[in-house]
Design a protein around this ligand. Structure first.
Ligand SMILES: [Zn+2]
Length: 60
């Protein structure tokens, strides 16, 4: 009876090159916005301080 699957939202990744934010399970090799091989920072945050938007405003 393991029907209690919790749906975990995908994390948010922010491109360190252009600042584009995407929500996918894993960061892409190439940024879909600037088409560069950028470093992606996990900016996921679901606490009340972040306003429940899913993105940490302090990391913007
Ligand atoms: Zn980018």
């Amino acid at each position: 009876m393991a029907e209690n699957k919790q749906q975990t939202p995908d994390p948010f990744w922010k491109c360190q090159n252009c600042g584009n934010t995407i929500q996918i399970p894993l960061p892409p090799e190439e940024c879909p916005a600037c088409h560069e091989k950028c470093e992606f920072l996990n900016v996921t945050c679901y606490t009340p301080e972040c306003g429940f938007t899913g993105i940490d405003p302090r990391l913007k």
